[in-house]
Design a protein around this ligand. Structure first.
Ligand code: ZN
Length: 366
């Protein structure tokens, strides 16, 4: 079977109702279900290997799965017939109407009025300086890779392994082991890891997978090749060793109000840090016993936190989050192109409390 990218592109364009741009980005066919803000690079079409539609949002998964099934079936048929004679684009009917998703947990929208009134219960600004002065673990004024290692060492037990990323769509670029070493990982299952210092920064920053993992490749039953066999991966549920954390982030809430909300939440917030851009992330300890329990906890928190601005699409169990203490050298524009900042920006640690309880940050004694 041969891959004909022209045919594949034509089929993807037919299905989506418009051609993906040169980087494969296109509007998500499930965007009417998105609960977070839409971005031009949320949805991507990958046509080499197993053709795949991929969306950053979780709320449209039902639709995206359907489109993936159609895409693979149509490409499979076209390529089976395409072996004799020159390739020609398939003749297809009209683009079908958007399928209706089955009923699922309703994710409430961000409610700016609700956030404003909740935030107003704190009658003074919550600034980075305020957080740093109250943080149970001292926040260094000058931060770097040693800050990152200190954060990791305070959140993961000896022997636990954490996957780090300088390319957000990779299967993990570095591995850090608590009370162990750090390694640069091979890009394919056969390639050996080599001892290496951790990256001090990345083109778009540095991320870590919030749950500790085995660090090994394993078959991912939710990501299948076109012959139906599971693909190998290092960042999926089957390699997670503890369902410990949940990431809260907001792209929509004004950071000033988002911080005033965060400090009032009765959640064990172990760390707060910036994205190096406008966004502020909070890492909460949930200690679920399994993914099902993690999902159930998420479903209870969503109706409370999403009206206050938390991004429901980011509340998934296998989640990358920014590694504080590392540098972000640029951002990806709406056209998918990476633009370097005039000078690198720090993903700044604002708060660290490994022994956090449900006492809100605001109520902790300094
Ligand atoms: Zn989507």
């Amino acid at each position: 079977m041969s891959e004909d990218l022209a045919i594949r592109r034509a089929i993807a364009a037919e299905l989506l109702g418009e051609a993906p741009d040169e980087n494969g980005f296109a509007p998500c066919p499930g965007r009417h279900l998105h609960t977070g803000a839409n971005g031009r690079r949320d949805f991507r079409v990958l046509l080499e290997g197993a053709p795949t539609f991929f969306c950053l949002h979780a709320s449209c998964a039902v639709i995206v799965d359907e489109f993936n099934a159609k895409l693979r079936s149509m490409i499979g048929k076209a390529e089976a017939h395409g072996s004799s004679g020159p390739a020609r684009p398939p003749v297809l009917g009209n683009v079908p109407p958007l399928p209706v998703a089955p009923k699922r947990v309703k994710r409430p929208r961000y409610d700016p009025a609700k956030l404003a009134s909740f935030a107003a219960r704190v009658p003074f600004p919550i600034t980075e300086a305020w957080l740093a002065s109250r943080s149970p673990v001292a926040i260094p004024a000058a931060q770097g890779i040693e800050t990152a290692v200190h954060v990791l060492a305070s959140l993961y037990a000896p022997g636990e392994r954490v996957l780090l990323f300088v390319k957000e769509f990779s299967q993990g670029d570095f591995l850090w082991e608590s009370a162990g070493g750090s390694f640069r990982l091979g890009e394919t299952p056969g390639a050996a890891a080599v001892p290496s210092p951790l990256p001090m920064g990345g083109p778009l920053g540095v991320w870590f997978l919030a749950q500790p993992v085995t660090g090994r490749w394993a078959a991912n039953p939710n990501n299948r090749a076109d012959d139906g066999s599971p693909k190998m991966g290092r960042r999926h549920g089957a390699v997670v060793t503890a369902w410990r954390f949940m990431v809260l982030e907001s792209d929509e809430a004004p950071p000033e109000l988002w911080l005033r909300a965060l400090v009032q939440l009765p959640l064990p917030i172990v760390a707060v840090y910036t994205s190096g851009g406008r966004s502020i992330h909070a890492l909460c300890r949930v200690n679920a016993s399994c993914k099902e329990e993690w999902d159930a906890m998420r479903d209870e928190l969503v109706p409370i936190l999403c009206p206050l601005g938390a991004d429901a699409a980011a509340m998934t169990a296998v989640r990358l989050t920014r590694l504080p203490g590392t540098l972000r050298h640029g951002s990806r524009g709406k056209d998918g192109k990476v633009t370097a900042y005039p000078s690198p920006r720090l993903q700044r640690l604002l708060w660290l409390n490994p022994r956090a309880t449900t006492v809100p940050i605001l109520d902790l004694r300094s």
